[in-house]
Design a binder for this molecule. Sequence first.
Ligand SMILES: [Zn+2]
Length: 537
Amino acid sequence: MEFKIKFCGAARTVTGSCYHVSIPGFRFLVDCGMFQGTKTIRELNYGDFPFDAKAVDAVFLTHAHIDHTGLLPKLLKRGFTGPIFATEATRDLLTYMLPDSGHIQEFEVKRINQRNRRRDLPPIFPIYTKEDGVRAAEGIRYVPMEDWFDAGPGVRVRYWNAGHILGSASVEFELGTGANGGERKRILFSGDIGPDQKTLQSNPQGPKNLDYLVVESTYGDRDRSDLSPEARRGALKAEIDAAVTSGGNILIPAFAVERTQELLFDLGTLMDNRQIPDIQIYLDSPLAIRATEVFEKHSGHMEGVNGVAKPFRHPSIRFIQTVEESMALETVRSGAVIMSASGMCDAGRIRHHLLNNLSNPKATVLFVGYQAPGTLGSLILDGAKKVRIHGQEVSVKARIRSVDFYSAHADREQLVDWIRERFPITGGIFLSHGEQSVIEALRSRLIKAKMDANLVFVPQLDEVFDLSVDGAPKRHLDNPRLDPASVSETATSDWHNDYAALLLELANDLRTLPDVETRRRLLVDLRRTLKGKERAA
Ligand SMILES: [Zn+2]
């Protein structure tokens, strides 16, 4: 039986999850995610898909995060007409998340085009619009957890709770009809796997006895000491106490889904128990508010909220809806918690709050989630002294704090345990969704745990594995969109980052020079050097 899988994203990087699987008479995608991070990586969002969208028969989504679903509207624009499968909660979340993603792109493109007009550059177009996002979300059908269903000829599918965020799942496929003595193959896509002991989601599950496993590796090199929900609240209390003592506002760049609701619940519980003083908390993200409503719809299944009637709506929490209300928060100079998206600070209202608070040494920025390399969040976290936001240069003087006890991802040992629970796996394990060095660390750990080294693969972007041959899969690169050697490097930092850093340094250097004449001389020297380089090239 023909059986091929192409890794169209999240190969030696963390974002852009998308796997293209083909068997006789049926082609499908698992996830259709957007690339995030450096400009070079994000440019992949604008180009063609590395497959024919019209020839794809179905899409199976693991969970609602945009790096797993964000190119779905583009897939429809490029002619995909088949069904899209997801859990009910994933579908509910995407009803807001996909239009929001379209809206962000329209907004960003408008801003860039204003600049391009001034510079006499041609206009650019959004990958898709809010309308396209609405249309894609409307087309999603929902599937049950842990029940097999038929999705096409010789394609049986079963969803398993992955414990990562609301609605998240691993997706198991049984492929082939088995007719006339034909074979059947079983493959499981992990999606993102949650840690044990999350407040709002139960521990990840999955089947045993597979031919192949495609598994995420985000934290494949890291061992955390996972805290119980009570201990986690204790640690949060310590952060809030210190930030309140410092005297400024507390900004929390919040991921709209799951992290926001965990924090709302924990902050509310801490105030209810008088463990922290009553502080004003603003949730300033329309998307996070919509997501919270979806959580409320599904909160009957959340053991961790212990039957609390309104787990995310403590009286001190105010939901900020309009842009005017959001702008008005500028006048709040101290003592408030402002939770705002996006979680990596690369879009949304948080940028405006950072602009207002970053240069205040009394303010605190509390990171509560993963910051992809190249994002504004990662620059701040890595200790940048100055950053640019909306074209303005801002000094970073605020207290920068980061906590990892709200992770939505399993750590290394939890991943290894989860993988072992799937044994036996006879054909191969593909490690995806991780930075190169992290994936290598997880691979070594699996080999130490007695996995056959010949069966643990680290796919590259646009690499195809032919699983229909006997023995080891045959692999080849199929028109790779990026130079394979440079993928993991450009995912971390590309020339755009170097350029931005150079501009900041230059501005600083110029300021430290004693007088106008010396500054002008430096600029003349710089020009001369550049001209020389041009001629040499
Ligand atoms: Zn995720």
